[in-house]
Design a protein around this ligand. Sequence first.
Ligand SMILES: [Zn+2]
Length: 320
Amino acid sequence: MKYAIGIDLGGTNIKYALVAEDAQIIQEAIMPTQADQGREVVIKNIETCCQNLLDYAREHHLEVPGIGLGTPGIIDNGLVLGGAENLPEWESLPLGGILSRRLNQAVYVDNDANMMGLGEVRAGNAQAISDAIFITVGTGIGGAMVLNGKLYGGHRNRGAEMGHIIVTPNGKTCGCGAKGCLEAHASIPALIEDYTQLLQETDKAIPQPLNGEVIVAAYHTGQAEAVQALNQHFDYLAAGITGFINIFSPQKIIIGGGISEAGPFYLQNITDRVNAQVMKETSVFTQIETAQLGNKAGIMGAAALVFDQLAVENTQPCNN
Ligand SMILES: [Zn+2]
């Protein structure tokens, strides 16, 4: 049995785990990222997490051939290009190379949403699935594609930005600069904005604090504004998902993020809307499901990335 270190780097915490090839978590812990302390402190903290697990593995005579790391941002071959607003100077950063040198280990770096998607496909809901699309609905909308059994990020891993498919031409302005992206219309901030606007139109009080759970609770009481805001949310998500199914014909669409745990009505509303418009031939093998691993998806996916990379390296001649 081999073991891999899986790291899930977030703006607040670093989650890290030692994971066996059969997806069992052997050891796991969490550490503050300390993003406000600057880039070098964040890198040092990642190093400490890895070192703790490497020490543990050595004491227990466990073979660790590599470290997988999920980070916000767009990553090309271990280099963080940018796009991680919640981490300090997280751009033009050869993170994979730095960690690999300091820890004397093979280090594989990929986007955090990609890692969550891979984790769900390998260890969660979609075991033994070759084609799946994962989206996570939160502050933004991230996603990942597993095609032919492998994570697919486009040429040089620069794609799979599932949240930035345009669902409404000339719609709301998105963080990426375009208008009408799925993220701009179906993220939690967009849901809150839509709901707030509907309340203002009818001169109703705006609950404080206001979050997704508050809107879901109001929806269940039948409040018209909450029903309308969530129906719009479902419409946009269903538009994006219908497109993904028509293009990729996946076996699974996996929806993650806190709001996906709101209850069966959430999945049912999206599924009904998708079924009403998706092409029959593309969707006949597609199941739409909620994610199962919760906040463990990132560490599980990062560890799975290591095992995937090892499998590739063992079957292909190395040219360098
Ligand atoms: Zn966008």
